[in-house]
Design a protein around this ligand. Structure first.
Ligand SMILES: [Zn+2]
Length: 53
C-alpha cells in the first residue's frame, strides 16, 4: 500500500508516493531534496481517562 505525500517546499509541492513501510521515516523530495516527514499512519485514539474497573 502506498500513500501520497506532498513536498512542503512551496516552490515544489510535488506529490510523491511512499510505501507503507516508509510512513514513519523522513523521505527526501525527489526534485528539491527537501526532507519530508511522512508522519505516522493514524493510530488508535488515545484512551480517555474513563475509569475502568
Ligand atoms: Zn520538493
Amino acid at each position: 500500500m502506498v500513500f501520497a505525500v506532498q513536498c512542503p517546499n512551496p516552490k515544489c509541492r510535488k506529490f510523491m508516493l511512499v510505501e507503507e513501510h516508509d510512513l514513519t521515516k523522513v523521505v527526501s523530495c525527489l526534485l528539491c531534496k527537501t526532507p519530508i516527514r511522512v508522519g505516522a499512519p493514524p493510530a488508535a485514539p488515545p484512551p480517555k481517562s474513563a475509569p475502568q474497573k
